[in-house]
Design a protein around this ligand. Structure first.
Ligand SMILES: Nc1nc2c(ncn2[C@@H]2O[C@H](COP(=O)(O)OP(=O)(O)OP(=O)(O)O)[C@@H](O)[C@H]2O)c(=O)[nH]1
Ligand SMILES: [Mg+2]
Length: 294
């Protein structure tokens, strides 16, 4: 009989380099939201790829930054936790990038005994010569790491990286049931889908001041009824989220519903409302309630 392999493969790197895009590509589902804005991902999200004789437990994590408020400190705690249980680390950089936004994390990678695959992402945007310079640059900085140029977006070299991960994983029984895809509950994906639309449609500070909490998720035979609360930090932000005669909020609702109907493969009814929750980003009790555990 073939031996069973299993382990934790944790993706870390600067904001916006394509970590979530890669995890979704591995899993084949849109588990993590993706936008062109930095700090899209705020949590550690597991994406589990199951095979007959393997279980690869991927972790998508928030992009590495120097925290300026408590929410960001919690986000960086998720990144730290990803160092603690990794069997393989995927350190993702993008073409043109020179260094990690927090030197302390780079030191952790440098001193790690865990195998590190350094993925140079977005090579679809680059010339061969630029790529070669990048490989030189990273090889010089992290001689122990194995470098793989990829395009998560165009699925280039993603399968090869997955094969390499399988080689590196230890023999172990599965950690999760073989039909499980993630560690997060359904409501989490509702919150994230809504937050993605807010990241896409609102400018500047607004998306960063928003948290979403799904208060109702009722699944009937043919429809899922959802009610979610969009939290902002100030009254002015509430007005902007709602928009003229509610048009902006309506767009968030319509687009979220479409995505969620695809995700759950069922008709969805969604009701959104907006509330001011002053300074929730700096309030540890509020943060715990929203699943930022520290
Ligand atoms: N051209 C190109 N764009 C990519 C590639 N991978 C990701 N992107 C884009 O880069 C942007 C950021 O992608 P994400 O997957 O959200 O990046 P992330 O690292 O998870 O970002 P944070 O969660 O904010 O840290 C999105 O606009 C993606 O479409 C790639 O291989 N090529
Ligand atoms: Mg992300």
């Amino acid at each position: 009989m073939k031996k069973h392999k299993a382990g934790f493969v944790n993706i870390i790197g600067n904001p916006n380099v394509g970590k979530s895009t890669l995890m979704n590509a591995f899993v084949g589902e849109k588990l993590s939201i993706i936008t062109s804005k930095a700090q899209t991902t705020r949590h550690r999200i597991l994406g589990i790829v199951n095979g007959e004789d393997f279980q690869v437990i991927l972790s998508d994590t928030p992009g590495i930054i120097k925290p300026a408020y408590e929410l960001q400190t919690s986000m960086m705690d998720f990144v730290k936790s990803a160092f603690e249980d990794a069997d393989v680390l995927l350190y993702m950089v993008e073409i043109g990038e020179k260094a990690l936004k927090d030197e302390a994390f780079f030191k952790k990678i440098e001193n790690s005994d865990i195998p590190v695959l350094l993925l140079i992402n977005k090579i679809d945007t680059s010339e061969q010569q630029v790529l070669e310079e990048q490989i030189q640059h990273w090889q010089g900085l992290l001689p122990k790491a194995e470098i793989h140029p990829i395009s998560a977006l165009e699925n280039f070299n993603v399968k090869e990286v997955f094969e390499r991960i399988l080689e590196l994983l230890p023999e172990a029984p599965p950690y999760y049931p073989k039909d499980q895809l993630t560690d997060k509950p359904e409501r989490f994906f509702v919150n994230e889908t809504i937050r993605e639309k807010i990241l896409l449609h609102y400018k500047k500070e607004i998306p960063y001041a928003v948290e979403v909490e799904t208060e109702e998720f009722i699944e009937d035979d043919d429809i899922i009824r959802i009610r979610s609360l969009i939290m902002v930090e100030r009254d002015t932000q509430k007005g902007i989220i709602i928009g003229h005669k509610g048009s902006a909020l309506k767009r968030v609702g319509v687009e979220s519903r479409k995505d969620l109907e695809k995700f759950f493969d069922k008709q969805v009814h969604i009701e959104l409302y907006v509330k001011v929750n002053k300074n929730w980003r700096s309030n540890s009790r509020q943060l715990r309630r929203f699943g930022y555990n520290n």
